[in-house]
Design a protein around this ligand. Sequence first.
Ligand SMILES: [Zn+2]
Length: 365
Amino acid sequence: MIGYGTYLFKKFTLPGGQAPTSGGSLVFPTNLTSDKYDAAAKCLNEYIAGKRKKSPLKTYGMNFIKTGAKGDVNVNPALLVAIAGAESEWATNGRLVGKLGAKVNCYNFYSLKATKYECPERVNNQDWRKFNSWEEAIDEFGSYMRRRYLSQGLDTIEKIGVVYCEKCANWIPNVTTYFNEITKECPIFAPPVLVTGQARRLKCNDYESMKREYGDCQPVCGKLKGNNESAVELVSVEYLKNPSKPRGAKGKVWVHKKVADVFKKVFKEIAESKVDYNFTDVQSYCCRYIGSSICRNYSLHAFGLAIDINPKRNPHCPFYPVCKKENVLITDLPPQVIEIFKRNGFRWGGDYKSSKDAMHFEYCR
Ligand SMILES: [Zn+2]
C-alpha cells in the first residue's frame, strides 16, 4: 500500500529554541547504548527479513540505528523502519524503488516528494525525490522526521499520520502495527516510560545518552553560554545556607527538572544533619564544556546535573592557584555532606584521581 500522499520534501528550519528532545515516546530509546547497537541491528534485520524476505533493507538495521541516534535527529529507529514498511513494503514495492518496470532506482522507499523534479522516473505525474543509496534515504528521512514532525509537536504515530499521509486510511494502523511488532520482537526499541522527577542515572561519560535524556544546550567553546539552552528544562531548588540554623537564610540553585527530587532529598538530609557549615557560594547549571579550552566533553553542569560548593575553599586542581602545581585534595566540606551526596547517587570530584575537584558533585554513575 504505497502512500503517494506525502508532503513536499523541503528544508524546514526550526523555530528558535526548539528542543531536540521533543518527540514524546518516539525519540531514540535512552537504554539503547552503543554497546547494544550490534544486537539491536541484528534484531531489526531479522524483523525486516521476516516481513519481506526480498527486502533490500534487511541488512540496513545499523543505518536505521545510527541515523536515529544522531544528536540532531533523536528518533526511534523502530519508527523509521515501521514507516518504511507502510510506505513501500520495506522497499520492495513501487517504481520509486526500482520496481514495476522502472529504469532507475530512486531509493525513495519513503515516497518523499521533491520541490523540483529529481527522480527521473515519472510516477503519477509527480515530482519525487531521488536518493543515491538506501543509506542516503534513511539518513535524510531521519532528519526529515525530526524537523518536520517531532520538533513540530507531532509526537505520536497518529499525529504524524494525519499530516504525513492524510488520504491514506491504512497508514496510521499499519505504522502502529509495525512499530508495536518491532518493539515486541526487539524490546530494546521499546520507548522508556518517562516520569518527571524520576531521573535515570546514566554513565558519567555517556554524553550521547545524556543529551537524549536531559537535552542538549549546545555549549560554545570558550563560552559559558550555549546555542540552545531551552533544550534543558530547569527548575530551582532551595537549600539552607547554614543547616545548623533551620530558620536562617535560604539559597537556590537551578537543576534539571528530572533530578530536582534527588537534589531536594539531598538538601533535606543535609538540613536534618544540622551540620554547622556555610553554603556561601553554590553554583549549578552552566552550559559549558569541561575545562575552558579542550572543548571535547560536556560538563555535567551543562545538563543541570552537577553542583559546585564553595569553590575557593574546595578548589579544582590544577585550575586554582592554591593547587596549580600539585594535584592535592583541599576541602572544608563536612564528611556528612559528602556522604549524603554519595548515598543519593552523586559522584564526588574529590574522589577523582587525575584532577581533584572538591567543590563538585554530579549525578551519574
Ligand atoms: Zn563542577
